[in-house]
Design a protein around this ligand. Sequence first.
Ligand code: PNS
Length: 191
Amino acid sequence: MPTRKRSIGGVRSAVKPPPAADAPTAVYPGSFDPITNGHIDIIRRALRVFPRVTVAVAYNPNKDAAMFTPPERVAMIEQALADVGDRVIADSFTGLLVDYAERIGAQVLIRGLRAVSDFEYEFQMTMMNRHLKPKIETVFMMAGEQYFYTSSRLVKEVATFGGDVRNLVPDFVLDRFAERLARKSAEKRRG
Ligand code: PNS
């Protein structure tokens, strides 16, 4: 790749942008049960910094009390980010996040921060992940302020009790909630 001349602080300097192949691979892990507009906001912000982002659904086959299965969660992520093509890869994993990251050759973990209250939990996870794999860095991105109170857990709870979660999740996720709730009440009626 040719060296480009750039002006930094008025001083001409030769800055060679890294070839795309050298750009770090980033993983955005989470439960994504389901993906919310807050997650989508973080993924789109991450795509301004990283050429590609793997969005990785973490699940524990022994104690996963999720509303959606891992393949359903992956499919919703793919649908929500269909417009960015192969810059986003949706995947799922079980086991340690850092082992998964290493397996796929990722050097960076992306996490979103909403309010200060997220910090304690994120700090603990980051330090534990760093203890396990010191070479893997965690990068934090601030969610847009309209998403500061959006979480999958709250959205699920509100949707389950018939509350309005429009604008907090993509429209097709509203349909998934409706399907799931209809299925649940049919199961209840059958006993
Ligand atoms: O969506 P969440 O619940 O905030 O995501 C948490 C997640 C999935 C990133 C975290 O629980 C995780 O990394 N799970 C995989 C298992 C693991 O590596 N645990 C140790 C983390 S320090």
